[in-house]
Write a protein that binds this ligand. Structure first.
Ligand SMILES: Nc1nc2c(ncn2[C@@H]2O[C@H](COP(=O)(O)OP(=O)(O)OP(=O)(O)O)[C@@H](O)[C@H]2O)c(=O)[nH]1
Ligand SMILES: [Mg+2]
Length: 195
């Protein structure tokens, strides 16, 4: 699988002209959006894993909307994370507006992958996003990330139970470290073309 960077957009007028179906990665700051995007692109290829999107242990790493052209006729869209407390309110507002203008206006958006940290579960802004996506009828799936960090069976069970609370849809367990769930996300992505 190969991919190339297209552009970073700070404003809607910098979005590239709409073309192929887009898969957007959404979630709290530091949840692992850029890592999952890299894992999806790195899967299936020989040699070292691709590190296309910048990953950082510091929240707020991705501040612009980054577009990537991916083999197979897709684009991946890495969005800035929400919920990072140490960002000035006016910057938070700007990110929110940028994310919303993408979600509202982008008719090529084929699937939003909403990432939830397995150890944290649904947080207020995740619930807000989910409601928003449902109200605006945007297709989305939920990927539960960092599952490798759940050590014991008990922790796994507790995490699943918490995530199930109030959500009956599919929860795809994954890890950018072990590659778990990557194949299943690719399957969901390929289905978007047949919709
Ligand atoms: N153990 C583990 N660590 C992960 C996983 N995914 C991401 N991380 C780590 O979590 C941190 C944040 O990852 P990013 O991919 O930069 O997160 P992001 O959601 O893109 O963050 P922002 O761009 O700030 O919104 C990094 O230190 C990653 O190495 C995972 O599945 N398992
Ligand atoms: Mg990022």
């Amino acid at each position: 699988m190969s991919a190339r960077f297209i552009i970073s957009a700070a404003r809607p007028d910098q979005f590239p002209p709409a073309a192929e179906p887009e898969i957007a990665f959404l979630g709290r700051s530091n949840v692992g959006k850029s890592s999952l995007l890299n894992a999806l692109i790195g899967s299936g290829g020989a040699g070292p894993k691709a590190e296309l999107a910048r990953v950082s242990s510091r929240p707020g790493c991705t501040q612009l909307i980054n577009f990537y052209q991916v083999d197979g006729g897709y684009r991946f869209v890495d969005l800035p994370g929400y919920g990072y407390a140490r960002v000035r309110p006016e910057i938070k507002r700007q990110w929110k507006d940028l994310i919303e203008s993408y979600l509202v206006g982008r008719h090529t958006l084929a699937l939003a992958v909403v990432l939830i940290d397995a150890r944290r579960g649904w947080m207020d802004q995740d619930l807000e996003l989910r409601e928003w996506l449902e109200a605006h009828q945007r297709p989305y799936m939920v990927a539960v990330t960092k599952c490798d960090k759940l050590g014991s069976q008990r922790e796994q069970h507790r995490s699943r139970q918490a995530l199930r609370d109030g959500y009956a849809g599919q929860l795809l367990e994954c890890s950018a470290i072990t590659g778990r769930g990557v194949r299943e996300i690719w399957q969901a992505i390929s289905k978007t073309k047949n919709r």
